[in-house]
Design a protein around this ligand. Structure first.
Ligand code: AZC
Length: 811
């Protein structure tokens, strides 16, 4: 462990004696069954067996972890600390078996392996793309031997489980660690105390914050192994605990049971639940508490690690430490580091600011103005009074710099200020992030460009050198090797090795195979088999749109197309058979898209129960889209729907997972679609729709969705079917909200893009009917998507923003 204790191996014990013969593995499994679960193979439950297997695998990682910590201790390297409110780690067992090379041993040692593996619960500590990206980046950091720690929150309840009841989304709590989490190591020695509320006073000319409430941050970590290397990094997750003595024994003795635990409950609520909204700024005090809790615990931990290694020499801090802020959720780290340096370590402001500014990098993941966090000044003042003072001071100095550069430009100063004045005074977290960081990046080329031209334009004018692009990527280990083992084997045999798993650019070597008849046949067989595993018809085109539900992502456009297909079939046409797969969660309070989910399922019920339609069209909505379900869907997909309104999707990462699994994209010029198309070639991508500039122009003009509706017969018929009760047993009101939003506002230009989308779908169908041509495109999508490995993303961050060196772990 890197706790500040010197890592020493007991000279008499070689931990690598955890051998990898079948006997070693079986012995360790048995011993875990006996000594950890108190049971035997004969009487073990599936949970006993799973837990013991997990520990057996974990022990092998722990040994590597110990060697990693020793190597890091020796090297005293520059560290990356990744601060993120979300990590969507996905299931752990299969990954860790793969990374320790023990998959076959486990299959041999465990009587019913599949039942055992099915006990694995994915820790869903994130909402969507941002949280899954964080997990992919951690995987690549370890794989590339980079010294990094992820910091996050150990929510008791992760992203809700989605059920479908009468076609509508119902949320159930996700008590993911209810049966325990065998992958986790508690580290109670590294507890931190976090303060909230209270007042600030001046003592000898220094400001001193006396919090009125304190909460304990208790860390535990999960292991993050690299693939094909001995490096094992960690992700450290904080859980809120009540400070000692919070339980009120006196009240308890008087029978006031609820009051007795009130303080305990209030404290522990901080890490109780992940906020299930990734689209709007919802501004609840508890969320701000979570954010500060994460930041305060993590920074103290980072400083502890630094001081131990570097004697508290602050001038070295920024050289040894780089902290990446994953969106604005952890941005309070900027005023918190200032507070620690100025108030607690007594550095002067300028020196503290230099250190702070040189330490942070900020990644922005959105373009939607409503997703940019702001906090009421009054909320911050109450919860974090000293931080508000510091933010004001940062702002005063910053605005002085702006006025010097742009004298008299009052409008600019108002736009750039960290404080929004109207209609209510609020702190703009993205502005604070940009001011307090030495580097800012978007997550795809188009996104970074639009950030600099629109959302953060004033800042890009002031500090052009601060802005970068780092295009997202995904880990090929989880999303190809584990998700699609048959395809991975085929790729390895074609390329002559599995080196592509650590260097995804090697996939290029598949290009010639697009012209190889036998290879194409094999490629198709695997796709068919993957469809059977998913439970969809093997010979239908599998057309998938899987992602969070948002209006801007336009699941509704896909649905209008589906309705049109249905109506054409009813009118006697016989299109190429297809299954349309929708999956994804909606934020619980986001009614506009919850109605869309209900409508999709209503359409599904009608379509799937119509025998005349059955040979041509099916609609499938598996509930509870998460990493695990994604791993089954991507390998089965033929067509990847990436149809957001151009200029709205920052990047997308499902687009990459699907392309790597041989799905061909139909998409707009949005997010990373642009780069996918550049790489796979325009011939292997179905493009449609307005581009970002055209969309912006149309939105700012007098856009009338009804004009499109009136002009296009098929569009009108599809929209009318939503309103006339076709999918609601004749009830014309059932989907009135959806209808009105389309016809009266259509904020995301669904009707404007409809015809262009249908034309592109006609092209899809034409190519699909030529199976050989389609398969060639599918192979080329995989072959040319090597760029979208998160290893490349990490290489880009390392080069342009982090400046890290690898540390190799000795065998
Ligand atoms: C997402 C973006 O919407 C998506 O385009 C991008 O691929 C992903 O981040 C990773 O960069 N943003 C979020 O998920 N945002 C939140 C707050 O969850």
């Amino acid at each position: 462990m890197e706790t500040g204790k010197s890592p020493r191996h007991d000279p008499g014990v070689d931990l690598r004696a955890l051998g990898n013969t079948p006997q070693d593995f079986a012995r360790d499994l048995l011993s875990n069954l006996y000594y950890e679960r108190g049971t035997t193979v004969e009487s073990a439950s599936a949970q006993d067996m799973y837990d013991s297997l997990a520990r057996t695998v974990r022990d092998r990682l722990a040994e590597r972890r110990a060697r990693t910590a020793a190597a890091h201790y020796q090297a005293n390297p520059r560290w990356l600390y990744y601060l993120s409110a979300e990590y969507m780690l996905g299931r752990q067992l299969e990954q860790n078996l793969l990374y320790t090379g023990t998959t076959d041993l486990a299959r041999e040692a465990v009587p019913d392996f599949d039942t055992t593996a099915a006990q694995d619960v994915e820790p869903g500590l994130g909402n969507g793309g941002l949280g899954r990206l964080a997990a992919c980046l951690l995987d690549s950091l370890a794989t590339m031997d980079l010294p990094a720690v992820g910091y996050g929150i150990r929510y008791d309840l992760g992203i809700f489980k989605q059920d479908l009841d009468a076609g509508g989304q119902v949320e159930r709590p996700d008590d993911w660690a209810f049966q325990g989490n065998p992958w986790e190591f508690p580290a109670p020695d590294d507890n931190q105390v976090v303060g909230f509320y209270g007042k600030v006073t001046s003592v000898d000319g220094r400001r001193e914050w006396e919090p009125a409430e304190t909460v304990l941050g208790e860390p535990s970590h999960m292991l993050v192994p690299g693939y094909g290397t001995d490096t094992v990094n960690i992700v450290r997750l904080w859980r809120a605990r009540a400070a000692q003595g919070s339980f009120d024994l006196t009240r308890f003795a008087h029978g006031q049971y609820a009051e007795a635990v009130a303080d305990v409950v209030r404290s522990e609520n901080i890490s109780k639940v992940l906020y299930p909204d990734d689209s709007t700024d919802l501004g609840r005090e508890l969320r701000l508490k979570q954010q500060y809790f994460l930041v305060s615990c993590s920074l103290r931990d980072i400083i502890r690690r630094f001081s131990f290694r570097n004697d508290g020499n602050w001038d070295e801090f920024a050289a040894k430490t780089t902290i990446q802020l994953n969106d604005t959720h952890p941005v309070l780290a900027i005023p918190e580091l200032m507070r620690l340096l100025v108030d607690e370590y007594e550095l002067d402001w300028d020196r503290a600011w230099r250190i702070t500014h040189d330490t942070f990098g900020y990644t922005c993941h959105t373009l939607l103005p409503e997703a940019l966090e702001t906090w009421p000044v009054a909320t911050i003042e109450n919860l974090l009074p000293r931080h508000l003072e510091i933010i004001y001071e940062i702002n005063a100095r910053f605005l002085a710099e702006v006025s010097e550069r742009f004298p008299g430009d009052v409008a600019r100063i108002q736009r750039m200020s960290l404080v929004q004045e109207e209609p209510e005074r609020r702190i703009r977290m993205a502005n604070l992030a940009v001011v307090g960081s030495r580097a800012v990046n978007g997550v795809a080329a188009l996104h970074s460009q639009l950030l600099a031209e629109t959302t953060l334009r004033d800042f890009a004018e002031l500090w052009p050198g601060r802005f970068h692009n780092v295009t997202n990527g995904v880990t090929p280990r989880r999303f190809v090797k584990i998700a699609n083992p048959a395809l991975s084997d085929l790729i390895s045999s074609a390329l002559g090795s599995d080196a592509w798993l650590r260097d995804l650019s090697l996939l290029q070597g598949l290009e010639p195979f697009a012209a190889d008849d036998a290879f194409r046949a094999r490629w198709r067989e695997i796709k068919r088999a993957n469809k059977l595993t998913l439970g969809v018809a093997p010979d239908f085109l599998t057309d998938v749109i899987v992602k969070r539900f948002h209006e801007y992502k336009r699941q509704l456009l896909k649905l209008l197309h589906t309705i049109t297909l249905y109506q054409r079939i009813r009118a006697g046409e016989t299109p190429a058979p297809r299954t349309v797969v929708f999956a994804g969660k909606a934020a619980p309070g986001y009614w506009a898209v919850k109605d869309v989910i209900r409508l999709i399922n209503a359409v599904a019920a009608t379509v799937n129960n119509d025998p005349a339609v059955a040979p041509y069209l099916k609609v499938f909505f598996p509930a509870n889209y998460n990493v695990t379900l994604g791993q089954r869907i991507y390998p089965a997909a033929d067509l990847s729907e990436q149809i957001s309104l151009a200029g709205k999707e920052a990047s997308g990462t499902g687009n990459m997972k699907l392309a790597l699994n041989g799905a061909v994209t139909i998409g707009t010029l949005d997010g990373a679609n642009v780069e996918i198309r550049d790489r796979v070639g325009a011939d292997n991508f179905f493009l449609f729709g307005l581009d970002a500039a055209e969309a912006a122009t149309l939105r700012s003009s007098d856009y009338r969705p009804r004009d499109y509706y009136e002009r296009d017969d098929e569009l009108r018929a599809a929209v009318d079917a939503i309103g006339d009760g076709t999918f609601a047993g004749g009830d014309r009101q059932a989907f009135g909200g959806v209808l009105a939003s389309l016809l009266d506002r259509d904020e995301y230009l669904t009707l404007a893009d409809f015809r262009s989308y249908l034309d592109a779908q006609a092209e899809v169908e034409k190519v699909w009917l030529d199976a050989e041509a389609w398969t060639a495109k599918s192979i080329l999508n995989t072959a040319r998507s090597g760029y979208f490995s998160s290893d490349r993303t990490i290489a880009d961050y390392t080069r342009t923003i982090w400046g890290l060196d690898p540390v190799r772990v000795n065998p």
